[in-house]
Design a protein. Structure first.
Length: 457
């Protein structure tokens, strides 16, 4: 968070294919042919930088999904961000890296390298992944259990942090007479835990930020606890203001209980926006892309969410009555969100399909720049958000419209910066550069991450 007297918003731009709406790629003028062209992503990053965003963000997946229904993944995120760092100068660069499919040494090395390349603008979104199809691409029969994944993630984060700290800031001597780096200023880890054995030190000197900024999206109990212990920025899912306020209060409490400063951890719900000169124009634009959804696929997807056959539902009629959440035996989170959407918006079936196609259960704001700014300010001032992870439904136009039309309104209200005042992602977030930690004794370090030395227990 900023150190000034007035708290200000944070924004990340979540870049995804042709946009977050499931039918974005179907538009006649969509950039679907450009998804393998790095210039497309460089231009998106430049737009977000023009808007003075904290960072751009890439999610990542390790299975192809249903390729006939639209693009999900194309370029590997860290590779793309390395190129994008050369086309930008200030904006942060955040990538998802899975703790289930990677190792701490490999992840720490890649992220530290990108932090050097970008001059200190890298963030790491920690995920444990979730799909068996992904696991099968990494030599597993199925995903490990939830508890095992989070135990591995905890150890992974600890080890990665120690690897970034394995070079002292002054370790590089570069004395051409004979000493490149002072061996006494490098620390091996000698780590032997339940999930990883890592000798260290890292092969990359300490990153410009000390450590890349750590983001996490904690939803489950274990996810929330992990985020409370380690995250420096949190991506949240919140459909409406009350659910956002509940999550915000819970996470701030958990962060404080973990002995950390809640004011230094930005909570950023996902945000989908449709901007128009009038509210009617914005809703028309939303309806136009909703109409491109293939009804058969969309109804089948809805059927999986609500546990019943929707194939015969009339698209332009109201949504049929659904059982209360207490009677639903499937996953509760998405089902509860669908019930809330139906209650609050009273959509037709087509409108519900469109609502779920663009951001799922994330907050959606539709209207003029002033109306959207009003809603953003309400969330920001009422204990629901420190900023937002913008999820443009249509790329590039939804991002450009937000940058060119909504950001100026927020700037006039004093809610968002009018220029960059820092060079690094940590600086944008108001975070100090951490000092390198001296490694603890091997036994104590193992105890802290719940690991056992080989041959014990």
């Amino acid at each position: 968070m900023q150190d000034g007297t007035q708290r200000q918003l944070h924004f990340n731009a979540f870049l995804f294919g042709c946009g977050h709406h499931g039918a974005a790629w179907r538009r006649p003028d969509s950039p679907v042919e450009q998804l393998g062209d790095i210039a497309y992503y460089e231009q998106l990053a430049q737009s977000a930088e023009r808007g003075l965003f904290d960072a751009v963000f890439f999610a990542d997946g390790h299975s192809v999904g249903s390729p006939d229904q639209g693009p999900r993944w194309f370029l590997e995120p860290l590779t793309a961000l390395a190129a994008m760092s050369r086309a930008t100068s200030r904006i942060g660069l955040v990538s998802t890296v899975s703790t289930t499919f990677c190792t701490p040494f490999h992840a720490a090395r890649m992220l530290a390298s990108l932090d050097h390349i970008s001059g200190g603008r890298v963030g790491w979104n920690v995920v444990t992944s979730m799909f068996d199809a992904e696991a099968r691409n990494h030599g597993m029969e199925a995903m490990p259990g939830h508890g095992e994944r989070y135990a591995r993630a905890t150890e992974f984060i600890e080890v990665a942090g120690r690897l970034w700290d394995s070079w002292a800031d002054d370790a590089l001597v570069m004395d051409r007479a004979g000493v490149y780096a002072d061996p006494d200023r490098l620390q091996p880890l000698h780590h032997a835990g339940d999930h990883f054995r890592v000798e260290g030190p890292l092969t990359v000197p300490r990153p410009p930020q000390g450590r890349p900024v750590l983001f996490q999206a904690g939803a489950s109990e274990q996810g929330r606890d992990l985020a409370a212990r380690y995250a420096e920025g949190i991506y949240a899912v919140a459909y409406d203001l009350p659910s956002a306020q509940d999550y915000y209060a819970d996470m701030k409490r958990r962060i404080a209980s973990a002995g950390r400063n809640p004011g230094k951890v930005a909570i950023m719900p996902g945000l989908v926006t449709y901007v128009g000169a009038t509210e009617a124009e914005a809703r028309r634009r939303q309806a136009e892309v909703d109409a491109l959804l293939p009804a058969t696929h969309s109804l089948a997807q809805l059927g999986t969410f609500i546990g019943q056959d929707c194939s015969g539902w009339e698209l332009d009629a109201p949504v049929p009555a659904l059982p209360p959440a207490s009677e639903f035996t499937g996953p509760q989170g998405r089902y509860t969100t669908i019930l809330r959407i139906i209650e609050a918006e009273k959509p037709t079936v087509r409108q519900l399909l469109g609502r779920l196609a663009a951001g799922g259960g994330h907050c959606t704001m539709v209207g003029t720049p002033e109306q959207i700014a009003d809603q953003i300010e309400l969330w920001f001032s009422s204990g629901a958000a420190d900023g937002f992870n913008l999820m443009p439904p249509l790329l590039p136009e939804s991002l450009d419209e937000f940058v060119d039309r909504v950001i100026p309104v927020l700037q006039r209200r004093g809610l968002f910066r009018s220029r960059y005042t820092a060079e690094t992602l940590r600086g944008h977030l108001g975070l100090e550069r951490p000092a390198a930690r001296r490694h603890q004794g091997r036994e104590k370090a193992l105890q802290e991450v719940g690991a056992r030395p080989p041959g014990r227990g």
